[in-house]
Design a protein around this ligand. Sequence first.
Ligand SMILES: *Cc1c(COP(=O)(O)O)cnc(C)c1O
Length: 396
Amino acid sequence: MENTSETVSDCPKKHALATRLVHGATPFDPCTGAISTPIYQSATFRHPGLNESTGFDYSRVVNPTRTELERTLALVENGRYGLAFSTGMGAISSLIKLYKPGDHLIVSEDLYGGTYRLFQEYYALYGFSFSYVDTSDFARTEAALRPQTKALFVETPSNPMMKVTDIRRCAQLIHGRGGHLIVDNTFLSPYFQTPLDLGADIVVHSGTKYLAGHNDTLAGFLVHSQDGLEEGLRNAQKSEGASLSPFDSWLVLRGLKTLALRMERHQASALRIASWLREHPRVGKVFFAGFPDHPQYGISKAQARGFGGMISFYLKNPADAPLLLKNVALILFAESLGGTESLLTYPVVQTHGAIPEQMRLSAGVDERLMRLSVGIEDPDDLINDLAQAFHACGEL
Ligand SMILES: *Cc1c(COP(=O)(O)O)cnc(C)c1O
């Protein structure tokens, strides 16, 4: 294995995505034949001599297990460079180091609360400015441009309202100003959407979610294809020190092998459950990107290969929320998403608690809203669990 200066351009891109996910950038260890990437649990590496290196010096900077994962992520996102971080927030934190005080970023208003907190509670104080807009509305996005705008940071589908932003149009818009389009691709994963193919400059992931996929580890990624960005991002990763550990890198490599199977299952079950929820007398509006009457269904069809496994829905009566959260038995009331186990989240207090009330409400995140990450259990068991939990809410 070689170090990170190597891109994945020479890797087996000819194979379909599901195959690339299984075999990764290096299908077997060239030294031993090991099929599972070895975990190089070493903090440091011996130098053969002065000014000589194996390509690996110190694991914060580069580690062979992490390098294999980084190259695999680049391979499956159709990028040239991948960078692995200890969490999604670690990835976003290093990404922001590309910009300087005075720079302005346009950000999807309906986004992961932790990203908002990082931007507002830290970078806004250091002289960066952020405009939060509904990026699924192109006119509003365009109107938010300023002479200092350096990037557009988009979540699509958005968290938790499942709004879909037109990636191609946004890329054209921001490239016209010489800025970057950054896409948080956590919700669809590269199995369903590869934003670099649509003109995005940088893809962000919380690898904690679908990529690792088993609710057992934290990870974050940046993927891109530009030599001009690589030095700055790599330097931020090594300087900030939020690089992914060898063991966690291995867990994500293992998770990726089944990403294609899992995403198909998450999506098929989500479609069934979303349709079932829509008919339930205690449920109001259901938000799922895969409904043909979703306002941006056409955009999803044009830019993605699927709709994912995330559903949000309004309860008709917000007083049902605590009862539902208490009474789900198989489905677990917990933060996070994208794992094998189905999780029910209450965004208003959990994932979006850091967002100020007015902004939260204008995005639609209120006391009625529930978010369901559909796992890979039998979908009938999941529907039965929701049915009994609604039943426990009492008479209508
Ligand atoms: C979870 C999440 C993050 C943050 O990732 P961590 O791994 O928890 O740090 C960022 N963006 C989205 C869309 C997420 O769901």
